[in-house]
Design a protein around this ligand. Structure first.
Ligand SMILES: Cc1ncc(COP(=O)(O)O)c(C=O)c1O
Length: 492
């Protein structure tokens, strides 16, 4: 017969010298924990033998306490399933009384908090982050993922787990994955790199955090694209940096404006392949201007290359890092768009002389990336599934993008300006004479997820509009979604 699983022992301070009998002490501790909500309905409790052993008392008082808790309905026991906290406790009533009493004490005395955390842009409460379906941003064609292949690689990786694999890994990430990433970046993105410059991180978000920790001090000034990626801004705000918004146009970041506003910024964060959110591709002359500025002012450039694998009509544009002859670019990439975002794996390409500094910050943060999934991902790349998946998805996203553009032109004609449709998984539309966030709230009620452009501005909002993701919008759903968008825009 299968052994019933045992629960975790709660904290029970038994006192052998106390007048209260031991069985009563155990009973009282459980009753209070249940009433206060420390132990919840359905939660497994340890066997009497185990608990007696852990408390260092004989089993008899524990047996007596358990039988009373069972008799009074606090516990229930099922054959083969062991003893659990009763599932039929009226928990709202009991817990609210007791928890209310505990929470009442929570706000006494001063409660100092970090000033930097209050500088963060507010957590977005807009409904556009909740939905799945037409126009969701940062979503990919989840259902098209090669699940069978991935699951096979996960199974094969689990068979490879041995004692040594359970230890901390390298703070740079596993050698196999770094080599696979370096090979991919050199070939597909013209990034100049060797595997020992690649640090595997948990998505670009962490990559930016480690970069900020390695390069910036509180008060350091950072150029950021305006409008730009608010999640990145939060990273630099949390590091106490002063953010200098620099406008973007159809050629990307306006370098001359950046120099005029703050020549001596320590870092410029850019998304040159497909600016987020307006979608411009940085022109060659701006790239050279930016690299020249960085060299002359002794600054760093952080290149966020988050979705450049998907480029339609023209060939992929080489990375900015590949043009850099002075090792001034830190290149940050992610598997969120090309595999799936919950994987939480990305990479940073670090100039060789900065590698130790980045490792120091990494060790202060999370020490090392998780080892298991790195192995699966390395196999996925090395066996050719990664490049096959990208090729397949490029065709699919191209189709979705074409249908979206077609529908926008048909339904909305010249009334709306489209930007950034040449690459990536989103495009933006500019609207005039209406509040984009009010419209987005109304749209969400019809399951239309429109991210308002205004939410990407740090300073004065210059353009209203929507960021429309098409990665997870099924091709056949797009015409109807655009029709809804037209009705919404005409109803203002
Ligand atoms: C501009 C930009 N950078 C990076 C990312 C990816 O972030 P992560 O790798 O942390 O998932 C996104 C995701 O939507 C993005 O829009």
């Amino acid at each position: 017969m299968r052994k019933a699983a045992s629960g975790i022992s709660p904290v029970i301070p038994v006192d052998r010298k106390a007048e209260t009998p031991l069985y009563r002490q155990v009973y009282d501790a459980y009753r209070t924990a249940i009433l206060e909500g420390t132990l919840r309905s359905g939660q497994r409790v340890p066997s009497t033998r185990l608990l007696a052993g852990e408390l260092g008392i004989s089993r008899i008082p524990v047996l007596n306490a358990y039988s009373q808790l069972l008799a009074e309905g606090y516990f229930e026991s099922r054959v083969g399933a062991g003893t659990v906290v009763s599932r039929s406790l009226p928990d709202q009533v009991i817990h609210s009384q007791f928890r209310g009493r505990r929470l009442a004490g929570v706000s006494r005395g001063p409660r100092p908090v970090s000033g930097r955390a209050s500088l963060l842009l507010p957590v977005e409460t807009g409904p556009w982050h909740r939905g799945w379906g037409a126009f969701g941003v940062s979503q990919v064609a989840f259902e098209q993922f090669p699940f069978a292949i991935w699951n096979r690689l996960v199974a094969s990786q689990s068979r490879k787990v041995h004692a040594q694999a359970l230890d901390y890994g390298s703070p740079m990430g596993s050698k196999d994955l770094r080599e696979a990433v370096a090979g991919y970046l050199r070939t597909a993105r013209a990034v100049r790199c060797e595997a020992d410059q690649i640090m595997i991180v948990s998505g670009s978000q962490q990559g930016l955090g480690i970069t900020a920790g390695a390069l910036l001090d509180p008060g350091s000034r950072v150029w950021m694209e305006e409008p730009g990626y608010r999640f990145a801004r939060n990273v630099f705000a949390l590091n106490g940096c002063e953010i200098v918004p620099v406008p973007v146009d159809e050629e990307g970041l306006r370098v001359a404006d950046g120099i005029r506003r703050c020549r001596q910024a320590r870092v410029a964060l850019v998304s040159p392949s497909h600016q987020y959110p307006l979608g411009s591709t940085m022109s060659a002359s701006r790239r050279l201007q930016l690299l020249e500025w960085a060299e002359h002012s002794g600054s760093w450039i952080v290149e966020d290359d988050y979705d450049s694998e998907y480029r339609y009509q023209s060939l992929p544009i080489a990375s900015l890092q590949g043009l850099d002859t002075n090792s001034r670019v830190i290149y940050v990439g992610t598997f969120s768009k090309v595999i799936f975002p919950s994987l939480r794996i990305g990479y940073v390409v670090i100039p060789s002389d900065l590698v130790d500094r980045f490792v120091g910050v990494r060790l202060a943060m999370d020490i090392t990336p998780s080892v298991f999934l790195q192995g699966v991902l390395a196999d996925f790349i090395q066996e050719g599934h990664f490049s096959r998946h990208i090729r397949r998805m490029r065709l699919l996203y191209n189709e979705r993008r074409d249908v979206l553009l077609d529908c926008i032109h048909r339904e909305l004609g010249g009334a709306i300006e489209v930007t950034g449709a040449q690459a990536g998984l989103h495009l933006s539309v500019i609207i005039k004479g209406a509040s984009d966030s009010q419209l987005a709230r109304r749209a969400a009620k019809q399951n239309l997820w429109l991210v308002p452009l205004s939410s990407s501005y740090l300073g004065k909002v210059q353009q209203q509009g929507f960021i429309l993701g098409f990665g997870s919008s099924a091709t056949e759903d797009i015409p109807d979604a655009v029709r809804k968008l037209r009705i919404l825009l005409h109803s203002r």
